[in-house]
Write a protein that binds this ligand. Structure first.
Ligand code: P1T
Length: 386
């Protein structure tokens, strides 16, 4: 058995700590070195040790790419300078006249990239309800080349049946891209359900400590990987070696952290579902949640993100986010510390007036890994202000 096969047989946590990260052969260092060198010596022209120039490839980046690809069960992995840089690299597969179907709930920046950067270059887009697969099959636009789905979505946490969407998309020759940022590969591996490309904002759970911006692509298809690797190098939105190190370090504890994120999210959901100021709790574990069945089918657990609407509307939402003390009012998600935000005026402001606009009574929580009782008490006192 080769090294690759042996490592694919390892459990998730073992791969997170060891895959792509064998002790350094020259020094024995057990931590992957941060290789700052921008260029690599050649014995003769084209005769090198696998690295020529750090935009094209860097040993610290290769370690990260090998490790996260393995966690996604993918043959190929590519790291980028941000989640949006990774997304942009995928959208470069399209030509003018091609259409992207975007779920009608998605990160505002993804919507902005497609609608404000790629649409003026001739790429068409439609926002569709990807949970309604009958309508998707019946109303499929013939120019569609790509379906872009988040599951769970940002910020409504709707879950989409990847397998069902992939069956329809593939019947029409379209690619399926799944943004797996919210679920993480610990909870969900979209390639196993038929996705063609997995996208991550590594800024979130992969990094896990709010100290690095990064992106990632994982996929199986060799020809598609060649095309994406070509633009990774040609367009050049690659991460610095130190950033690769930070994500690699974060990934080592991904499984542990996500287990705790999920447990803490459940404690928070219990409070929210019983508080009179709360109108509706959005969490995929709740049986009345859209896509609960899809989440139960394709996720190991339900994640650390929780959204809710306030019976008192916009003013109540703004009051709650202003009054938490342990939850910090800030954009972003997926790190050890708990964050609270108002999507309508923060992360999803760029979707205002579009089919992806979010309710103004909505609050989004990224539940961290602090003591659950402190998180619950903090939210309770903030909710008591409205
Ligand atoms: O911020 P960046 O690393 O470029 O990743 C963009 C991105 C992509 N996909 C999803 C699902 C995301 O949530 C994000 C970034 N989101 C936030 C900053 C946020 O607070 O929602």
């Amino acid at each position: 058995m080769g090294e690759h096969e042996q490592q694919q047989g390892w459990g998730f946590e073992t791969r997170a700590i060891h895959t792509g990260q064998a002790p350094d052969p020259t020094s024995g260092a057990v931590v992957t070195p941060i290789t700052l060198s921008t260029t690599f010596a050649q014995d003769g022209v084209g005769n090198h040790k696998g690295f020529e120039y750090s935009r094209s490839g860097n040993p610290t980046r290769t370690a990260l790419e090998t490790c996260v690809a393995s966690l996604e069960g993918a043959r190929h992995g590519m790291a980028f300078a941000s989640g949006l840089a990774a997304e942009d690299n995928v959208l470069r597969l399209l030509s003018p006249g091609d259409r992207v179907l975007l779920g009608n709930d998605a990160y505002g920046g993804t919507f902005r990239l497609i609608a404000k950067v790629w649409a003026p270059l001739g790429v068409s887009w439609s926002a569709v309800d990807l949970t309604d697969t009958d309508a998707l099959a019946a109303e499929w636009p013939s120019d569609t080349r790509m379906v872009w789905l988040e599951t769970p979505t940002n910020p409504l946490l709707t879950c989409v049946d990847i397998e069902a969407v992939a069956a329809i998309a593939h019947a029409h020759g379209a690619l399926v891209v799944v943004d797996n940022t919210f679920a993480t590969p610990f909870l969900q591996t979209p390639l196993t359900f038929g996705a063609d490309v997995v996208v991550h904002s590594a800024t979130k759970y992969l990094g896990g400590h709010s100290d690095v911006v990064g992106g990632f692509l994982a996929l199986d298809d060799d020809e598609l990987a060649d095309r994406l690797r070509f633009t990774q190098n040609a367009a050049g939105a690659v991460p610095a070696p130190f950033d690769c190190y930070l994500v690699l370090r974060g990934v080592k504890t991904l499984g542990l952290r996500v287990e705790r994120h999920c447990a803490n999210a459940r404690a928070v959901v219990d409070l929210l579902t019983s508080h009179p100021a709360v109108e509706r709790v959005l969490y995929p574990q709740l049986p009345d949640h859209p896509g609960h069945a899809a989440a139960a089918k394709q996720m190991r657990d339900f994640g650390g993100m929780v959204s809710f609407t306030l019976a008192g509307g916009l003013q109540a939402a703004l009051e709650v986010v202003r009054h938490t003390e342990v939850f910090t009012l800030a954009e972003s998600l997926g790190a050890v510390e708990s964050l609270i935000e108002h999507p309508g005026q923060m992360t999803h402001a760029s979707a205002a007036g579009s089919p992806l606009q979010v309710p103004d009574s909505l609050v989004r929580l990224s539940v961290g890994i602090e003591s659950a009782s402190d998180l619950v008490a903090d939210l309770e006192q903030a909710l008591d202000h409205v």
